[in-house]
Design a protein around this ligand. Structure first.
Ligand code: NAD
Length: 486
């Protein structure tokens, strides 16, 4: 049984109130570890350590020195790659062949990218006239915001947490991270890597626990926190934004989605099938950027539905270590209950179940896991809850369309605005359609192709602000104008 403790001021600490909760293997339902829940006092200790770290050596380091340390952190993740991989897959149930290509390498890359970016992050200067003819210079000075609260979800735990911690530290802030209660292990392990790399105590802290009345709320309500960066559900984002309103603290919100794919008859069908298979089913559908609504131009509708269902029907469900596994379980029984409730609702709302729709038969040793079948529906109305609400499972609804205008209107008929993909070989159409979709990131003939310098985030109820490249750096710094009269 592994114990996951809080990481405060450079050391692992047990819960001060002796409270622990179970870490459960989603493949089997077995308890594999115990997690120390941070009390209000523990969270306060973490925020205090983070504040004090800003006044210590960390606060006077040059950008080049911080950059070197963050490269050492990235090297530390690379060196302990197998430990991170094992921990991430044990917590989430995701296949090694996904986590070893995406989650863990991106965990290291998130430090490397921002360690390099900080050395080339310019500021601005303006020369202005004054009545006496001598003029003045304005210089924009960038400073760290201070103590950053990082609240992260369970679907890509290391990747999404380091996506925030990397730029926050590059810009000279200190952080207190509250990882998801479902997936605390890799965040905790990062504490060891920080110590090995020589990051000063208190710069990186981890508090474990839940949201309301637990570490999440204690941290976001803490007035020693200067800004909050959050990835998770839109409803949670609203609660955290309210907490941040006290003291007018800045927020970055990466929230939910109900992302569309538009498949035009002039697409390359092989590419569209391969890309949509990934965008719907990768990580068992637990990707914020994943597709849950597929709109296909009528002439190729039947062929597309049949091919997608035939390919998804071949998926092998299994344990992370098995190299032939295509899809793991959902992260938890709680999430399994949620996804299965939508599978039932789809039928009640009149869906035609093309594939799946229930719980797969698994071998006895995996029967206690959070498994669901890959699922495809057609025939639902545009106002069905299954078409409007984020499910976050391996499922999609496919609907035909007749014109480009209709496809755009359908794509935008959602309160969310995170991602979209457009499949067409006609680049004029791609350039015409993509900017008309209300979303933060629109892929053409691809999905999840990421350049970490580009803006990443959502419009409408999918979020506030952008991360990535200079956009992250802008969030994690405060700009001051210094005006010098000559
Ligand atoms: P969640 O909102 O339930 O939890 C996210 C984090 O917030 C967890 O650490 C949780 O403990 C914490 N939390 C919950 N209530 C809180 C509260 N009142 N105060 C403070 N913290 C609180 O989300 P989840 O189920 O972990 O993740 C899935 C969701 O995340 C989906 O909606 C998905 O679309 C979204 N997501 C978005 C992105 C993106 O980049 N836009 C990326 C990944 C996931």
């Amino acid at each position: 049984m592994k114990e996951v403790k809080n990481f405060i001021n450079g050391e692992y600490r047990a819960s001060s109130i002796g409270s622990t909760f179970d870490n459960v293997d989603p493949c089997t339902g077995a308890v594999i570890g115990s997690v120390h829940e941070a009390s209000r006092e523990d969270v306060d200790a973490a925020v205090t350590a983070a504040r004090e770290a800003l006044a210590g050596p960390w606060g006077t380091m040059t950008e080049a020195e911080r950059s070197e340390l963050l490269h050492a952190v990235a090297d530390g993740i690379d060196r302990r790659f197998d430990e991170f991989l094992e921990a991430e897959c044990a917590d989430t149930g995701k296949p090694y062949n996904i986590a070893s290509h995406i989650d863990i390498p991106r965990g290291a890359a998130n430090f490397k990218v921002f360690a390099d970016a900080i050395k080339n992050f310019p500021t601005e200067a303006f020369q202005m006239p004054t009545p006496d003819g001598r003029g003045a210079f304005n210089i924009s000075v960038r400073k760290p915001k201070g103590v950053i609260a990082v609240i992260s979800p369970w679907n890509l735990p290391l990747l999404l947490m380091t996506w925030k911690v990397g730029p926050a530290l590059a810009c000279g802030n200190s952080v207190v991270v509250k990882p998801s209660e479902e997936t605390p292990t890799t965040t905790s392990l990062l504490g060891e890597v920080m110590n090995e790399a020589g990051v000063p105590a208190g710069v990186f802290n981890v508090v474990n626990g839940f949201g309301p009345d637990s570490a999440g709320a204690f941290l976001t309500e803490h007035r020693g926190v200067d800004a909050i960066t959050f990835t998770g559900e839109t409803r949670t984002g609203e609660i955290i934004t309210q907490a941040a309103a006290k003291g007018l603290r800045d927020v970055s919100m990466e929230c939910g989605g109900k992302n569309p794919a538009l498949v035009f008859a002039d697409c390359d069908m092989d590419k569209a099938i391969e890309g949509t298979l990934r965008s719907v089913f990768a990580n068992c559908g637990q990707v914020c950027l994943g597709t849950e609504r597929v709109y296909v131009e009528r002439p190729i509708f039947d062929a597309f539905v049949n091919r997608l269902a035939a390919e998804a029907g071949k998926f092998k469900l299994g344990v992370p270590q098995d190299k032939t596994t295509d899809m793991g379980p959902l992260v938890s029984h709680e999430h399994q209950r949620k996804v299965l409730s939508y599978y039932e609702l789809a039928v009640a709302e009149g869906a035609n179940v093309v594939l799946g729709g229930g719980v797969p038969d698994m071998p006895d040793e995996l029967a206690g896991g959070a498994w669901v079948q890959p699922t495809i529906w057609t025939g639902l109305s545009d106002d069905a809850r299954v078409v409007r609400e984020e499910i976050f499972g391996p499922c999609c609804h496919i609907r035909p369309f007749d014109t480009e205008e209709e496809a755009i209107a359908l794509a935008n008929d959602t309160p969310y605005g995170l991602a979209a993909s457009v499949w067409t070989e006609n680049m004029s159409r791609a350039l015409r359609v993509s900017p008309q979709i209300d979303c933060g990131i629109c892929w053409v003939n691809s999905w999840f192709l990421r350049d970490l310098r580009t803006p990443f985030g959502g419009s409408k109820e999918s979020g506030i602000g952008r991360e990535g490249g200079v956009h992250s750096m802008e969030f994690y710094t405060e700009l001051q104008n210094v005006c010098i009269k000559i």
